[in-house]
Design a protein around this ligand. Structure first.
Ligand code: FAD
Length: 464
């Protein structure tokens, strides 16, 4: 019997831990730890946990057809997890334990403890890489260091993308009848309306979404991806975050078109590489997993403390329509368009001069695709504290971003009904045109805010 421990890899296809464990056909048990307290400590959004639970239900059905039971291990924290897995392994006399690596600090510590304890008990424990295309540490600079700038990382990765090791694995093999039965997937948090219509659960739904995107949208991705009112991106991030889909499956769906010179496919693969880059950064520079700035010298920036300003940003009441529409999209759907993530993150960190960690945590608490590596990377990029950061003097003007990327204001109108009577230019800067709206005036003047943040950054002599 072989035991497979799954976390953010809830799929049958291209799942190395599951596939390699299944090859002996000696019986497989899949174990998933249910650790709501640990997830809460990590700030995981209820909507993300809901998609996780519903996808577990789908996975259980699929595993059942292969005679693979799904066992759920309730654990208070990651600290209790290795023992729970080893007890299960002993109970069914498992000879091997397989899992796929996770690269966050706590997750990695948990793996290490498991490997150590399994070794002491004589249980063969095998980790595999499936969250990424390239194992962290396998793409390094000429000096043997982790990359801290995206472009050379991307250049190193591109020639390797056709390697046969990046072909997805097939489904695991069916097993003999199991002595073990599956556990029911019971809710572990309060039930609520999590817009399940937007986030269908399970591998089949994710695969269909990938196919639809590859057939319809991929080829124009480079031209349409920046406009929030157009369905110009894949919206696959929740499925990649929870491992309902693998990056190799995504890569293969786009590679042929990219190699034929299609710019849309090439640009999309570059976005997959941004995801990859941030996972490598997270592993190579563990401080970013622990709330530290990548650029350590930015830690002494004079962030303001202002709970009321934070709340206005969180609830979409800043008075800047594009920022507010973005925040309302996040609050209502659990997802935000990439252009808007940059705009709203810069607004919090640069216009309001509030600590980027507050924004990072708020995003995490609402995002269905909340991923420590990408979220931290995106926030630190926007706040100019991170790897490959936007230079500190790049400060998006929320009005010109709005005019450029939501020219007709259709996206704004969708999320800010208070502005539905306005047309054209007025939608981007309503305070300049009409004063009797039930919509707030801008909470901070752009030029004032820009000067304030520039002064704060310039004050740090070592920041260039
Ligand atoms: C402040 C901020 C916070 C972010 N937080 C997250 C997060 O918690 N989880 C998350 O998955 N992404 C995050 N991103 C990255 C990006 O915004 C989302 O991945 C993207 O909007 C998801 O939409 P999509 O699936 O349609 O992406 P597509 O444009 O279709 O891209 C395909 C996939 O590539 C990956 N990807 C795309 N852009 C990026 C990027 N800039 N960085 C890392 N990966 C990327 C995602 O997995 C995405 O699903 C954040 C970006 C910023 C600026």
């Amino acid at each position: 019997m072989h035991l497979v421990w799954l976390r953010n890899d809830l799929r049958l296809l291209d799942n190395p831990a599951l596939y390699y464990a299944s090859r002996a056909r000696q019986g497989v048990i899949v174990a998933v730890a249910i650790t709501p307290e640990q997830w809460q400590q990590h700030g995981d959004a209820p909507i993300k946990q809901d998609l996780y639970r519903r996808s577990l239900i789908e996975l259980e059905k699929q595993l059942n057809t292969l005679n693979i039971p799904l066992r759920l291990l309730p654990c208070q924290s990651f600290a209790h997890l290795p023992q729970a897995l080893l007890t299960l392994a002993q109970q069914y006399r498992c000879q091997q334990l397989h899992f796929n690596h996770s690269y966050e600090w706590n997750e990695h510590q948990c793996e290490q403890a498991l490997q150590q304890q399994a070794h002491e008990q004589g249980l063969h424990c095998q980790g595999h890489h499936s969250q990424v295309l390239f194992a962290p540490g396998s793409l390094l600079t000429g000096q043997g260091e982790y990359y801290s700038v995206f472009t050379p990382f991307k250049r190193k990765a591109w020639p390797l993308l056709q390697d046969s090791s990046l072909l997805p694995l097939p489904a695991p093999l069916g097993q003999p009848q199991s002595p073990c039965t599956s556990d029911p997937v019971l809710p572990w948090q309060e039930e609520a309306d999590y817009r399940t219509d937007l986030w269908p659960a399970g591998e089949v739904a994710a695969w269909q979404r990938l196919q639809r995107f590859a057939n319809r949208t991929l080829l124009t991705y480079d031209r349409q991806r920046d406009f929030p009112d157009i369905a110009g991106t894949s919206v696959l991030s929740p499925y990649l975050t929870l491992g309902i889909l693998s990056p190799r499956q995504c890569l293969q769906a786009a590679l042929a078109a990219a190699l034929n010179g299609n710019k849309g496919a090439e640009t999309w693969i570059n976005e997959l590489l941004w995801r990859e880059f941030y996972k490598h950064v997270l592993f190579g520079f563990p401080r970013v997993s622990k709330g530290r700035a990548f650029k350590v010298e930015t830690e002494s920036l004079p962030w303001r403390q202002h709970q009321q300003d934070l709340q206005r940003w969180q609830t979409g009441q800043t008075g800047y329509p594009l920022v507010d529409a973005a925040m309302r999209q996040l609050n209502q759907t659990g997802w935000m368009h990439n252009r808007l993530r940059m705009v709203s993150a810069m607004f919090l960190s640069k216009h309001l001069l509030l600590d980027w960690r507050l924004g990072e945590a708020y995003f995490m608490s609402k995002l269905v695709d909340g991923d420590l590596a990408a979220n931290n990377g995106g926030w630190q990029w926007s706040a100019s504290t991170g790897t490959d950061a936007a230079p500190y003097f790049r400060i998006f003007n929320p009005v010109s971003q709005s005019q450029r990327f939501d020219a007709k204001g259709d996206f704004i109108k969708r999320f800010i009904p208070e502005l539905s009577s306005l047309q054209g230019k007025a939608l981007h800067a309503p305070w300049q045109f009409q004063h009797n709206l039930s919509y707030p005036a801008p909470m901070v003047d752009h030029t004032f805010a820009r000067n304030r943040v520039l002064a704060a950054f310039k004050d740090k002599a070592s920041l260039s």
